[in-house]
Design a protein around this ligand. Structure first.
Ligand code: ADP
Ligand code: MG
Ligand code: ZN
Length: 630
């Protein structure tokens, strides 16, 4: 093959019968939009020559350097395909012409031998090298190839329409899509696009989904790799993989590299993680080198995702590397509704279902949780032989996503059940009585997963949370404990996660939000580095004060809860008994439990206080006819 003379084509000058070098990405695009009339694949030199079907008006496309050139029907186009085979090209979405020529030896013993002899030789060397370090024989080959999976632009592609909510994030990424589509427009003006964009957000908020949607929108190849795949036992392998991946990407420009969970390699180097950190460091360095090394105009955009941006090495975030951040948060009520609607498409849902209610009930759910919820509801519907997903299935699906399936088979000890009933009734009653706490939506003592029962509040989205709201939340959290204590004169292990949650919240109020008068308006924090290596930015004396203050806040909240329960003990007993009879209280049944007139006679109160002392079961008549539909 003639080593192609690459003409420096002047922008927009029609040069008939000449040769133009274009990128592989451009070739794929051309083959789709204009078809290829002639194709020669030269496997030896790793190039392909082709001509495109063009009408009388010349076609303007960017060449390999991003400059606009005009091509006509007899312009010879050359693209570098490196070691890709014809099949690989097809994988990339290249539309092959009727007949094409290739000099690649497709099969046969000779071909095999010719291809593999040098590899065999290499293998032996590798075995020799790695053998002494043990156990790597079968992995030695292809070890340093990048493991990036190529998602070709022709696969069923995701678009922004597949991502619900997250409007700002989509807006931010739209720019990247524009760039990948019309690179030369940006270049003509002299604008450069960021090379690296970091998607930041909690697990399940759609980071991976969004990255794939960007590729889909732009219609470019998408190399996806997970940070943990770079980290191997052997020093240098990860770095080699990074090099290989960037090389592959540059050949396929315009394209997207997506490094999922980049924190696996990108952790701060000063953090000193024990074990294997030399390898990680080299891999990270290689990423930095590659990021610096390529010209943004080649059309490779690197997206990375993490839910721990705080542990990333600052070097990764410097200008010219991952200097843009796109934040994805847990969805708010509107976002949750949009996600529910999206995942409800293609499912048969009862006409009078109001997904907005479900959206309100699912505070704290991620997109992944919501998608899971819709699916669980559909499965339940099938299992119940119903035609359409109903409210019951949706409600049950929420419970399942939070706590796993009901443990019907589990025979709950009656005493445990009673304890749970008082515990949950305590949460619910205190939440109801305090002005700053969200409305109670549902109480249940049906055992699920590892949970005995739960009280669910209907959360309103608020941008700012106040100290008094936190205090209300703390009292509600500790009310389970207070109620058990009051009803049985004894406490179970039931409240342990409540206490843990309350402690964490109280600590946050003091150390992060400056809500303690004693400790004042400042933050107290340890730098986020691996356990055992925190560096506190406050003295031991202050640490002591923080501990004391946490205790005080918690005690105060506990007292608030106790006071409310003491003053409403008859109501507490009533709700607990309703729960014992009906297991789940929601809607009108729940309202009734809170509001219906009850026997507050001295006798009832006496029965209660007697039990407080003796721990004997309490017999307050239970209203069995409730509102439960069976
Ligand atoms: P992450 O990478 O942030 O952990 P993923 O992108 O893997 O989250 O999301 C997992 C799944 O959750 C997605 O495949 C999708 O079904 C669903 N999902 C998450 N966020 C959204 C969203 N905003 N819109 C629609 N579906 C979503
Ligand atoms: Mg992900
Ligand atoms: Zn509890």
């Amino acid at each position: 093959m003639v080593a192609g003379v690459v003409l420096t084509a002047w922008a927009c000058m029609p040069v008939p019968g000449r040769q133009v070098e274009i990128t592989l990405g451009q070739a794929v695009a051309l083959s789709k939009s204009h078809a290829i009339s002639k194709l020669e694949v030269d496997a030896e030199s790793g190039t392909m020559m082709m001509t495109a079907v063009v009408g009388d008006t010349p076609l303007k496309i960017p060449d390999a350097r991003g400059q606009l050139v005009e091509i006509t029907k007899d312009t010879e186009l050359r693209a570098n395909i490196a070691s890709l085979s014809v099949a690989d090209l097809q994988q990339l979405g290249f539309v092959l012409p009727e007949n094409y020529s290739t000099n690649a030896i497709s099969s046969g013993l000779v071909g095999m031998l010719l291809t593999f002899l040098p590899l065999l030789f290499l293998l032996m060397i590798l075995l020799f090298v790695f053998g002494s370090r043990g156990g790597a024989q079968d992995k030695a080959l292809g070890f340093v190839r990048s493991r990036a999976r190529l998602v070709s632009p022709d696969r069923p592609r995701l678009t922004f329409a597949d991502v619900a909510g997250s409007e700002e994030a989509k807006q931010d990424l739209l720019e990247v899509v524009e760039f990948l589509k019309n690179r030369w427009k940006f270049q003509a003006i002299g604008a450069t696009i960021p090379k690296g964009i970091l998607l930041v957000g909690p697990p399940g908020t759609g980071k991976t989904l969004l990255a794939r949607a960007v590729a889909g929108e732009a219609g470019v190849p998408f190399f996806s790799v997970s940070g943990s795949e770079f980290v191997e036992l052997f020093v240098g392998v990860g770095a080699a993989r990074v090099r290989d991946m960037f090389a592959q990407a540059k050949r396929n420009a315009p394209c997207i590299i997506f490094i999922d969970e980049i924190d696996a390699v990108g952790r701060s180097r000063s953090g000193g993680m024990p074990g294997g950190h030399e390898e990680r460091e080299q891999t990270l360095n290689q990423i930095l080198v590659e990021m610096d090394g390529f010209d943004p105009n080649v059309g490779v955009v690197v997206l990375a995702a993490t839910n721990r941006p705080d542990v990333l090495d600052p070097a990764l975030l410097r200008p010219g590397r991952f200097d843009r951040r796109v934040a994805l948060d847990l969805p708010d009520t509107g976002g949750r509704l949009a996600i529910l609607q999206l995942h409800g498409k293609g499912k048969v849902i009862d006409k009078d279902i109001d997904l907005a209610v479900i959206a309100k009930e699912t505070h704290g759910f991620s997109g992944a949780d919501l998608s899971n919820l819709m699916n669980e509801a559909a499965i339940l519907t099938v299992r119940r032989d119903k035609k359409a997903i109903g409210m019951k299935e949706l409600e049950e699906a929420i419970d399942r996503v939070i706590a796993g399936p009901e443990r019907k088979s589990l025979r709950v000890n009656p005493k445990d059940k009673e304890t749970t009933a008082y515990h949950e009734a305590g949460h619910a009653l205190v939440a109801r009585m305090l002005p700053n706490v969200d409305p109670v939506h549902k109480i249940s003592i049906v055992a699920r997963g590892s949970m005995g029962g739960y009280t669910r509040l209907l959360t309103e989205d608020r941008y700012f949370l106040t100290a008094s709201k936190f205090r209300g939340t703390l009292a509600t959290l500790l009310a389970g404990h207070a109620s058990e204590e009051m009803a049985f004169n004894e406490v179970s292990t039931g409240p342990h996660s409540d206490i843990k949650q309350a402690t964490a919240l109280a600590r946050k109020m003091i150390t992060e939000f400056g809500m303690s008068k004693k400790l004042g308006l400042r933050t107290y924090g340890a730098e986020p580095v691996p356990v055992g290596m925190e560096r506190k930015d406050y003295s031991d004396y202050t640490a002591r004060m923080i501990d004391d203050e946490v205790k005080e806040i918690l005690e105060e909240a506990h007292e608030t809860a106790r006071k409310i329960l003491r003053e409403n003990r008859a109501r507490l007993a009533h709700i607990a008994n309703r729960l014992l009879a009906q297991e789940t209280l929601e809607g009108p049944g729940l309202e009734a439990a809170f509001d219906e007139p009850i026997d507050e006679s001295p006798a009832a109160a006496a029965a209660f206080s007697e039990r407080e002392v003796s721990g004997k079961p309490l017999t307050v008549p239970t209203n069995r006819d409730g509102h439960r539909e069976e």
